[in-house]
Design a protein around this ligand. Structure first.
Ligand code: ADE
Length: 236
């Protein structure tokens, strides 16, 4: 069973429309849509925004649905001049940019007393997603690298510079690392797939509403094709 998490209704609404044999359960004030998508058994859920919502949601997917893979889909702000609005970022790993225990000798971003700085995404899922993305969205560029998450909408050039300088991430959003962290604790492979809606700088407030819908459309197209590919891969 594949768990698919989007933070906002807009990010999961189109996916839910494509599902078959749907059963809905509400847990932790979140609606879990269990069924199939392009023949692939899935649970689709809107987690709500931010790291706590995302972590709770991921734990419910682990405990109540026994998911063996998790994909986080949605939009993000670009942290790299080469990555444009509409382009796709696939996570190699994820990190909580607002975790700071530097006082105790930990690098910025590392959760104290955990052995990893960043949570590594599943390589097989990433390679498959890249292949599918190049096939179904050939006009877009797809990038692989670090996704940094925090409880902050980044819309300020200074904050963006700080993130780039400290973490070398490709994009920033508000859930991916919490999902990666929870998946790591549960030993579940995960991947964050984000379409870029803004540049996470002073233009973000204007760009975000203008490009949100387009970016969501890209991540939905990719997710549907990826489900089809995963289903085919399993039957091979
Ligand atoms: N999601 C989309 N754009 C974002 C940004 N600039 N900061 C945080 N989350 C985002």
């Amino acid at each position: 069973m594949l768990g698919i998490i989007g933070a906002m209704d807009e990010e999961v609404a189109k996916l839910k429309e494509q599902m078959e044999d749907v059963q809905v359960e509400t847990r932790g004030a979140m609606d879990f849509y269990q069924g199939t998508m392009r023949g692939c058994p899935v649970v689709v859920v809107r987690s709500g925004i931010g790291k706590v919502n995302a972590a709770v949601c991921t734990q419910i997917l682990a405990d109540c649905y026994g998911v063996d893979r998790i994909i986080n889909t949605g939009i993000a702000g670009s942290l790299n001049a080469k990555i444009d609005i509409g382009d796709i970022v696939l996570s190699t790993d994820t990190l909580e940019h607002d975790m700071d225990a530097v006082t105790f000798g930990y690098p910025l971003g590392q959760v104290p007393r955990m052995e990893v700085l960043a949570f590594e995404a599943d390589e097989e899922l990433r390679v498959t997603a890249k292949k599918v993305c190049e096939r179904v969205l050939p006009e877009l560029k797809v990038f692989e690298g670090r996704v940094v998450s925090g409880d902050q909408f980044v819309s300020d050039q200074d904050k963006k510079n700080w993130l780039v300088e400290h973490f070398a991430g490709l994009c920033t959003e508000m859930e991916g690392a919490a999902i990666g962290h929870t998946a790591y604790l549960n030993g579940i492979p995960f991947l964050v797939i984000r379409a870029i809606s803004d540049k996470a700088d002073d233009s973000a407030v204007m760009d975000y509403p203008a490009f949100e819908a387009k970016a969501i459309e890209h991540s939905v197209t990719l997710l549907l094709a990826l489900c089809e590919e995963l289903k085919e891969k399993e039957s091979r």
